[in-house]
Ligand binder design. Structure first.
Ligand code: NAD
Length: 282
């Protein structure tokens, strides 16, 4: 993998949840290319294995593990496997997350009578869908931290990196559950940074702007690949006029994981968004 710059992660044990996905698969490859022993956790084990195989083929050290970030027991089993193979963990990247159609309204704005149409309005939001999204993003960050952070105590260079989103700064239309859940992830990032400040663990987050991946593709393009109205809106609000490329997150990732570069950076949420969060729309 081409890196914007290299940092020394030689023999660091790095756990990446959601590492079978698009963004965190790239994160796993980047840290492995810097020498880390990389444990890729994903609900879809075959995707985690695929990323691990790609790292191994490049001469890196990696293992894919099937694990559910909402199931503490499955995380504990994963931790035992990692500790047996690589030793104790140094860095945790909490990447598993995403939205779900059941936490999403059909329309941006409510108008009188909409609830009588064949639409999901705010009033028809399924509480189970909302819980699913909240749990995946918030609990799915908290539980792996409970399981893996004990390994990080009083180590040199221990750090936790969470993944927030643009919608944590200002909620995006249609996705109240995902927006609230990522706001909770940003808030929790700050809380944890304070809580762990006496035991040598830095906690920060990246808030990616818009990157086309599996979890948002159907919102951004229709079935035949035509950009949706939402895509046009996003791009019109992104001063750089385009979606991000996954590689454009890697510099921020490596900076936040590198103590020589960011040893006094703690409790921040860094937008990487082509200016989206800076633009007021006028
Ligand atoms: P993705 O769907 O490609 O990756 C998410 C991965 O998480 C998948 O491989 C999935 O199998 C895994 N996962 C889902 N539920 C899980 C569970 N319970 N336990 C373990 N693994 C589970 O999506 P992505 O876009 O690469 O998302 C990565 C992170 O970045 C997510 O937290 C997402 O919310 C966030 N994010 C993405 C964007 C974007 O534009 N794509 C923007 C902002 C934030």
């Amino acid at each position: 993998m081409n890196l914007p710059f290299k940092i020394n992660l030689q023999d660091k044990v790095i756990v990446v949840t959601g590492g079978g996905g698009v963004l965190c698969g790239a994160f796993a490859k980047a840290v492995a290319a810097c020498g880390a022993k990389t444990a890729i956790l994903d609900l879809r084990k075959e995707n985690a294995d695929k990323i691990a195989a790609e790292i191994l083929a490049e001469g890196g050290v990696a293992m894919g593990i099937g694990a559910n970030v909402l199931d503490a027991e499955s995380l504990r089993i994963a931790k035992t496997a990692i500790n047996d193979a690589y030793g104790s963990c140094d860095i945790l990247i909490n990447g598993a997350g995403g939205n779900h159609p059941k936490g999403t309204t059909s329309l941006e704005y409510y108008h009188i009578g909409d609830e009588k149409k064949d639409l999901v309005t705010f009033f028809g939001l399924d509480p189970e869908g909302v819980s699913f999204v909240f749990n995946l993003n918030f609990l799915g960050t908290l539980l792996p931290t409970q399981v893996f952070a004990m390994d990080l105590m009083n180590k040199q260079d221990a750090t936790i990196l969470n993944i927030s989103s643009m919608n944590a700064f200002s909620p995006l239309t249609k996705i109240p559950a995902y927006s609230g859940a990522k706001a909770a992830v940003s808030n929790f990032t700050k809380w944890l940074a304070v809580h762990f400040s006496k035991v040598g663990i830095r906690v920060n987050a990246i808030a990616p702007g818009f990157f086309v991946t599996d979890q948002n593709r159907s919102l951004l393009y229709d079935a035949n690949g035509t950009p949706t109205e939402r895509t046009e809106k996003i791009l019109s609000q992104t001063p750089m006029d385009r979606f991000g490329n996954v590689e454009e997150l890697i510099g921020t990732l490596l900076w936040l994981l590198c103590p020589a570069a960011s040893s006094f950076v703690n409790g921040v949420v860094i937008p990487v968004d082509g200016g989206f969060s800076a633009y007021s729309g006028v």
